[in-house]
Design a protein around this ligand. Structure first.
Ligand code: FES
Length: 561
């Protein structure tokens, strides 16, 4: 499976004269300092998505330099190029609205510029998924690398990290247990270094999964952002990219069905973010691999939670790395993995895992298969009259007593209404209520992470920390609680969520995988007839998105990609 790299002569600009195109390229590349000897070498593209708006990527420029060094050492020439950068915290309304745009933009760059291989540098939540979607579609030799997780913060002796503790401490503030000065002190410690959120949120989950799926080098999923190991991984990734340019090994050679199933096993074992389900489905769809909600459920039902990381556990990703990282986790999972899955190294996963050391006996972050942190079932996919095409619950981060619950609905039609009403005590919300947040699905609002509706402040002050919440939106992988997410079809697509009225009774039964609206069919038909057609955005990307995006059960990609 070797190929001759085409170098700068690949994908020629079309003038109707190939000789002229090559001549012109060399003239302009000479202007950038490349000489004839340089231009005999394979070109390795390096995606640099550093941005002041993506604080998690603050150290990416330094990592780029190390990737470049690795490329040069092994005889390639590195071409660094930008792509859309998606920073979670500084993007309105949500980066999810732009994941597919980034994937589409990057795919076009990968297939229109002369590169024999590419290093996909990512990190913040949507970036690695978008890059893997692009790579699966473009199918040019690719290897991924992330910036790595932040170090852990400390406030008055308590370890803190983004962003499970952001939410927990904010809830304490809303509940009156932390005053303004204290929450300001906490704020300074939640994100103490460069890097991605260091709990098992979406960034950490996708990084661990990508490593397990063989598209990243061993230890690249969890090495801390500020570590020397991260820099060495950059150099090693650059070298590997040159080998890929020569071998011609492509993403679809690596992103096989077995690797997606292994990715789901790791998702279950780390009790990872629900967002990873959407991303894996979207990448699988691009790679031509069937992957559905039942695959997610069935694998999660077999694999227990081994990683003791927030929000399901108590530790952080640097702890998991210290205790052996993804390799030690894979060693523990060896009996349940498909070991013949390919990796970007050309070796089978089993060959890599056979060389991994098990986690030390005296560590506690990576639990043993026969003594897990939590039983199987971290993520449960459910269906019912309220979600005919499915929904998902992160059972491992929920309150066990609420996993079976029936109560009256209180419906919020918009995030503005939520903000205006939630803390109004006259609404009379009780711990029994089921909070419904609709119109925040893919079409409705680009699917923001607003599904984990805050607990009303007056209930939080009385000590309430969880209620059943249901939405067609998402929730941050760093969040926790009894939250039903990704309801499909969404309200804006005319799903039953659009028919719920405040006071209707809703029954959630996670053990039996159901969520039902307890309203008779005749009444629902009456309500359906009264639904008004939804106004869609009129122009640009948002119009294209709203008119072509698929629902949560197929990964929220555009239907034509
Ligand atoms: Fe970038 Fe959490 S905000 S990874």
């Amino acid at each position: 499976m070797t190929q001759e790299p085409q170098g700068v002569d690949g994908r020629l600009t079309q003038y109707g004269d190939a000789g002229f195109a090559r001549f012109l390229r060399r003239a302009f590349l000479a202007s950038a300092g490349w000489d004839e000897q340089d231009l005999t070498r394979p070109v390795v593209g390096i995606v640099n998505i550093a941005s002041d708006f993506t604080t998690c990527h603050r150290d990416m420029p330094q990592l780029v330099e190390h990737v470049k060094r690795g490329v040069l050492e092994d005889g390639g020439i590195p071409f660094v190029f930008p792509a859309m950068s998606l920073g979670e915290i500084l993007t309105n309304p949500t980066t999810m609205l732009f994941r597919n745009l980034m994937a589409m933009e990057l795919e076009e760059q990968l297939t229109s510029q002369p590169m024999d291989a590419v290093v996909l540098l990512g990190g913040c939540d949507k970036t690695l998924p978008a890059e893997l979607m692009a790579a699966a579609s473009a199918n040019i030799p690719s290897i991924a690398l992330v910036v790595g997780p932040m170090s852990v913060g400390n406030w008055r002796g308590e370890r803190l990290g983004a962003c499970t503790d952001c939410r927990r401490m904010w809830t304490e503030h809303r509940g009156g247990n932390l005053d303004g000065d204290e929450i300001a002190e906490v704020r300074e410690e939640l994100c103490p270094t460069a890097g991605t959120c260091m709990v098992m949120g979406t960034a950490s989950t996708m990084a661990c999964i990508a490593e397990a799926m063989g598209i990243m080098l061993p230890y690249a999923g969890s090495a801390p952002a500020v570590s020397a190991q991260r820099l060495r991984l950059g150099t090693a990734t650059g070298r590997r990219a040159v080998e890929l340019a020569h071998s011609g090994r492509r993403p679809r050679d690596v992103l096989t069905a077995a690797n997606f199933r292994n990715g789901l096993r790791v998702l279950a074992a780390v009790s990872g973010s629900t967002n990873a389900v959407l991303h894996l489905m979207a990448i699988a769809r691009r790679a031509g691999v069937p992957l559905g909600a039942d695959d997610v459920h069935d694998i999660c039902a077999q694999v227990p939670v081994l990683a003791d990381c927030k929000p399901a556990g108590s530790g952080y990703l640097p702890d998991l790395h210290r205790d052996g990282g993804v390799p030690a986790l894979l060693k523990e999972l060896e009996p349940v993995l498909e070991l013949d899955a390919p990796t970007v190294s050309g070796q089978k996963l089993g060959e890599l895992v056979s060389g991994y050391a098990p986690a030390a006996a005296d560590q506690t972050t990576i639990r043993r298969l026969d003594a897990p942190l939590k039983p199987p079932g971290a993520l449960v996919t459910i269906r019912g009259s309220l979600a005919p095409d499915g929904a998902i619950v992160k059972a491992a981060a929920a309150t066990p007593a609420l996993l079976t619950h029936e109560g009256p609905a209180y419906v919020f039609d918009s995030l503005d209404q939520l903000a205006a009403e939630l803390d109004d005590e006259s609404l009379g919300l009780t711990p029994d209520h089921v909070l419904v947040m609709r119109n925040i699905g893919p079409i409705g609002a680009g699917m923001p992470e607003a599904g984990s509706i805050p607990i009303p402040a007056y209930l939080a002050r009385r000590g309430l920390r969880d209620m059943v919440r249901i939405s067609d939106g998402r929730m941050s992988g760093t969040a926790y609680g009894t939250v039903v997410l990704h309801v499909a079809p969404e309200a804006a697509a005319g799903g039953p969520l659009a028919l719920v009225r405040t006071g209707d009774r809703i029954r959630l039964d996670v053990p039996h995988r159901t969520v039902d609206l307890l309203v008779d069919e005749a009444e629902l038909a009456r309500r359906r007839a009264e639904l008004k057609p939804r106004e869609l955005p009129q122009r640009g990307w948002r119009r294209l998105y709203a008119t072509t995006v698929t629902q949560a059960d197929t990964g929220v990609d555009l239907d034509f990609l």
